[in-house]
Write a protein that binds this ligand. Structure first.
Ligand SMILES: C[S@@+](CC[C@H](N)C(=O)[O-])C[C@H]1O[C@@H](n2cnc3c(N)ncnc32)[C@H](O)[C@@H]1O
Length: 375
């Protein structure tokens, strides 16, 4: 077993796999082999695919910034009703038509837009983005992360004063900033809630406690699906106040209550038969994450359900999101790390839960789900 820096263990790599990896790497690092592979018909396809993947890694930041420019110019919303002329879009964005066309062609290459040179329309990814406003909110928010990643090694060495850390002031209380990050979370929450609601039947429960529940958007979505469920939310005091306001606006004040405090140390409200931690544990270093899990366990009766929902490390088909994106995002944020499903299950069991298991979700890219019972 290989001990990671955090003390958790990664699954061991079998000896035959290590030998195969070394052989593969010797071949791929050899220019003559690469030339041969690119010319030999059976390997040509793979050689081209790998060359493209490598170039995409080199150029990925340009692709992201192409998307950022489209979002800043609000192109997707402007094209929602149909194609527009290059001149019209250029005038709206205060750009020269040639500059707008350059952006449109870049966007078309990335399937965000389509253009015939005179008019611009949505591409398939641009159209999909319209249905998920949370993505545009994240793209805007990424201006902070982009700045912090300008010196990735400095960030890894802890030499960079990350601007992203200031966006998430969990300690100390800061109402305007809590409002800003809660709005960002609320914008992306519908995508997360859809995945959790597709994977878990909340109707079978009586009372839910959403710990670190933000401004209540997740509970509002659960409430629509499970009309008899009583709703409880716990978050920092400034955020719990936002949740109370949301519950009142949504007509849920009669069945929902929100408490403010520190979920690591303050007593959590009792009586729930299901507790949820949605995008919470990955924000915290291991000691704090364990304190949260133990505190949640303490407020539940044996047999109650715990659901942990967050992007996972090493998720099949989604490793770049968990390990690369969230790995660096949380580093810039100043705490936490993405964890494997097995790590979260082991932590839950150490905190007094039993039977922890991973539940399949329709979109593992965004949300992995671990369910356990209070032991
Ligand atoms: C990433 S947000 C997730 C919010 C919500 N669960 C969602 O998925 O939209 C993490 C939440 O944990 C809350 N939080 C962070 N530290 C906390 C603490 N020590 N006690 C209570 N809540 C805390 C934050 O205020 C924030 O609402």
């Amino acid at each position: 077993m290989t001990a990671s820096a955090s003390g958790f263990v990664d699954p061991p790599v079998p000896a035959w796999q290590r030998r195969w990896r070394d052989l593969r790497n010797r071949l791929l690092a050899n220019g003559t082999f690469q030339d041969l592979a690119a010319r030999f018909p059976p390997t040509r396809f793979v050689a081209r695919r790998e060359a493209r993947a490598l170039f995409d890694l080199c150029a990925g930041f340009v692709y992201s910034q192409t998307l950022a420019a489209c979002v800043e110019l609000d192109l997707f919303a402007q094209l929602a009703k149909g194609a527009e002329t290059v001149e019209h879009l250029a005038a709206r964005g205060r750009l020269a038509p040639a500059a707008l066309l350059r952006l449109a062609r870049a966007g078309a290459a990335l399937r965000l837009l389509e253009t015939d040179g005179a008019r611009v329309a949505l591409g398939p990814l641009g159209a999909a983005l319209l249905a998920n406003p949370g993505i545009a909110a994240m793209v805007r928010h990424h201006a902070l992360l982009y700045r912090d990643l300008a010196d990735p090694v400095g960030l890894l060495r802890g030499e960079t004063n990350a601007t992203l850390a200031g966006f998430w002031p969990y300690e100390g209380g800061d109402a305007p900033r809590a409002d800003a990050y809660s709005q960002l979370m609320a914008a992306s929450q519908p995508m997360i809630a859809a995945g959790i609601l597709a994977a878990w039947k909340f109707r079978r429960h009586r009372r839910i406690l959403d710990v670190g529940g933000g401004d209540g958007r997740f509970l509002e979505a659960v409430a629509a699906r499970a009309p008899a469920l009583a709703l409880m939310l716990f978050d920092l005091p400034d955020v719990a106040a936002l949740a109370r306001a949301r519950f009142a606006r949504a007509g849920l004040a009669g069945r929902a209550a929100a408490w403010g405090g520190d979920m690591r140390v303050d007593r959590l409200p009792e009586g729930a038969d299901i507790a949820t931690l949605v995008r919470v544990l990955h924000d915290h270093d291991d000691d704090d994450a364990m304190a949260i899990l133990r505190n949640v366990r303490a407020c539940l009766q044996p047999g109650a359900t715990l659901l942990i929902a967050e992007p996972l490390a090493a998720a099949a088909g989604a490793a770049p999101v968990g390990d690369a994106y969230f790995g660096f995002y949380l580093l810039a944020m100043g705490r936490g790390r993405p964890r494997r499903a097995a790590e979260l299950a082991a932590m839950a069991e150490r905190a007094g839960f039993i039977g922890a298991r991973q539940i399949a979700t329709p979109q593992p890219l965004l949300t992995g789900l671990i369910a356990a019972r209070a032991g």
